[in-house]
Each structure stands twice: as C-alpha cells, then as structure tokens.
Write a protein that binds this ligand. Structure first.
Ligand SMILES: [Zn+2]
Ligand SMILES: [Zn+2]
Length: 143
C-alpha cells in the first residue's frame, strides 16, 4: 500500500497494486499546473486507487478536451488527472506521494515544449510526444 496527500493534508489517497510507468512530462500545461520545470507522473490503474480523506475538497478542471485535472481547493496541490478516453488509468503527480512507489520516471515526454531555462541532464530517453501505447503500458521499469 502506497499513500499520498496534498500539501494541507486535507486530501489523502491510497494505492494498492502495481503502478507504472512513470515519466517526466515537460508539456506547457504540466509546467503551468506545477509551477515547475516538469511534472513527474505515474500511471495508476483506477481500480488500485482510492481516496481515503477529503474527496469533497477536490476541484475538477478540464485542462484540455477529455482530460480532467484535480486539485485541492484549500492548498492548490495538483492531484490525479482523469482521461475520458482511458477511464481505467489515472495520472498521478509523484510529488504528492508519501511513500517510495518503487519505480522511477523512465523517460521524458513533450521535450519539444520544455522550458527554455531548464536543461535535461540525465540519460533517460526523450520523446517529443507520448510514446506509443505499448511502451506507456509497460511496468515502469527503466528497461
Ligand atoms: Zn490540500
Ligand atoms: Zn504534461
């Protein structure tokens, strides 16, 4: 079981099951929503995820057609993203995790939108968009 929460602690969640893959997203929306150079995100099967507190504090926001982002309306922490075309998977911002999820971001995506002031200095693969589905659905190991 892995747990996580927003900054104020009002919203808490738990994950029970295998998750992944994890990636670093450099798209302009993830940069805006986090205020950071990129967002580290892990794919979580919806069936393995549950809110354990504060679900009523969530605000939902459609950031692009079919993609719903959520955040805590008290502290503003971003929480899961939901996808109309893939309701079985959630996008979880890894910065809200409290436990080590056991996997690490395995690649960078949307590097074409990367912040001009940030340089990627690791050896992970870089993609201009999301890689093809089979790759995204791997178990998140770095191979
Ligand atoms: Zn909060
Ligand atoms: Zn993004």
């Amino acid at each position: 079981m892995i747990t996580g929460s927003c900054l104020c602690g009002g919203v808490r969640y738990a994950i029970d099951g295998k998750i992944g893959p994890a990636l670093n997203c450099h798209c302009s929306m993830c940069r805006k929503v986090t205020g950071a150079a990129f967002r580290s995100r892990v794919a979580v099967p919806t069936k393995h995820f549950c809110w354990i507190a504060g679900e009523d504090l969530l605000t939902r926001y459609e950031s692009s057609p079919g993609t719903i982002r959520t955040f805590c309306r008290v502290c503003g922490s971003t929480l899961v993203s939901m996808f109309d075309d893939n309701p079985n998977t959630l996008g979880l911002p890894m910065g809200t995790l409290e436990d080590d999820p056991g996997i690490r971001p395995a690649f960078h995506v949307f590097v074409g939108s990367k912040a001009s002031w940030f340089e990627i200095t690791d050896e992970l693969p870089q993609y201009d968009a999301l890689p093809a589905a089979p790759m995204v659905r791997t178990d998140g190991s770095s191979s």
